[in-house]
Write a protein that binds this ligand. Structure first.
Ligand SMILES: *Cc1c(COP(=O)(O)O)cnc(C)c1O
Length: 384
């Protein structure tokens, strides 16, 4: 029996269902389902929320990454650098263009790309490889920005673009030395977002967005989204069907108004966990490091010993508490990427994270008693 779900979207829906139904009804009445005014309104809302000039609504976070790579002309023979500790889509998108992913390991405290390892990996490349290096994709994992200033510095030094995988990080902030606060998605040439239902801003199905502040890139993204056509039925480039539905946009426009309030609830839940864990004296559980200016807690990730992780997960499940392992197999160890020739030990920090981390419930509508019950069961596990 589930007592504390990892995520319960029905609680959020109940609170705003009337508004959502009215917004969806407008679209249904108009019978305009593809792109159109709702999608444009959402694009403006997301662009300004993220501190970017433009936004292009697309079919998913995966397609946001793919269309960004396509807009840069990334293809066979090219190289794109990212980390092996992310959701599959980051690397899947690279491979689908025909390019080769090159991995760099993560930092053990934030699980985000390690800028020093990025620098070392690129400086160790041959001239020839470096000539084919097209892009770097840092991931703002779990809702906290990667260390963008040093990543940007490396990218600029080698003249490659930065595509931010901000799928888990809408509204996350980074303190850029000397320049102030910047939002996830506004620090690279492209910022990619997902509206998968479990993300902080979730649609009623699939959806995504690319933000950019570069006008030429914006126009190209818009053309690629509709099979590369401009005008209609005249194609200079090959794109795809990467469109966002008006119904999804209508839902997201309503939800965007509540996003900051929900983010604040997630942050408060994180504080409650911290306080209760400290009071319970649970020393064997490492809590997430809040390093950047604004962590939006798409996930609340604890770290335990290798020996304890799966047993802890089972124990919490037996007590009705939902958890998840993000991600059990780093991408350099996935069967489909075997041809890349990596060995498990090439990225020890990613391997360690995959074996020691666990996501606890953190969603905005989580009740204080659900958090205290979870912490109580964590404490029980370590008493045994
Ligand atoms: C969710 C996610 C994606 C993919 O988004 P979809 O909308 O599911 O296609 C990509 N990268 C990361 C890090 C994600 O968490």
């Amino acid at each position: 029996m589930t007592k504390v779900p990892l995520l319960d979207l029905t609680r959020q829906y109940k609170a705003i269902q009337h508004e959502i139904k009215a917004a969806m009804d407008q679209v249904v009445e108009s019978q305009r389902f593809i792109l159109g005014p709702k999608v444009e309104e959402l694009e403006q809302g997301i662009a300004s929320y993220c501190g970017a000039k433009y936004a292009v609504g697309v079919s998913s976070g995966t397609d946001a990454l793919l269309i960004s790579l396509m807009a840069e002309g990334v293809g066979p023979g090219d190289i794109v650098v990212t980390t092996p500790y992310t959701f599959f889509a980051t690397v899947g998108a690279i491979v689908r263009t025909g390019a080769r992913p090159v991995f760099v390991d993560i930092r053990p405290d934030t699980y985000n790309m390690d800028p020093q390892k990025l620098d070392a990996t690129i400086s160790n490349m041959s001239e020839e490889e470096r000539a084919h290096l097209k892009a770097i994709i840092p991931i703002h994992l779990y809702g906290q920005c990667a260390d963008m200033a040093p990543i940007r510095e490396v990218a600029d030094r080698y003249d490659v673009v930065v595509i931010e995988d901000a799928a888990q990080a809408i509204g996350a902030e980074y303190q850029w030395p000397g320049e102030g606060i910047k939002r996830a998605g506004s620090m690279g040439e492209y910022g990619c977002f997902s509206f998968f239902p479990s993300k902080n801003l979730g649609a009623f199905g699939d959806g995504g967005m690319v933000v950019t502040s570069d006008e030429a890139r914006y126009h190209l993204l818009k053309i690629l989204r509709v099979h590369g056509a401009r005008p209609k039925y005249y194609h200079k480039v090959v794109g795809g069907n990467f469109r966002l539905d008006a119904l999804q946009a209508a839902v997201l426009i309503v939800k965007l108004k509540y996003l900051d309030q929900w983010t604040q609830k997630r942050q408060e839940n994180a504080q409650v966990y911290r306080k209760l864990m400290e009071e319970a004296g649970i020393e064997k559980v490492k809590l997430p490091l809040e390093k950047e200016a604004r962590h939006i807690y798409n996930q609340f990730i604890i770290k335990v010993s290798r020996a304890d992780r799966d047993r802890l997960r089972d124990y919490l499940a037996e007590n009705g508490i939902g958890t998840e392992v993000y991600y059990p197999v780093p991408l350099h160890m996935q069967e489909c990427f075997g041809y890349l020739g990596y060995r498990p030990e090439d990225f020890p920090v990613s391997v360690e994270a995959s074996q020691t981390t666990l996501a606890l419930p953190i969603f905005p509508e989580l009740k204080p008693e659900e958090i205290s019950y979870t912490v109580e069961k964590l404490a029980d596990f370590y008493k045994k």
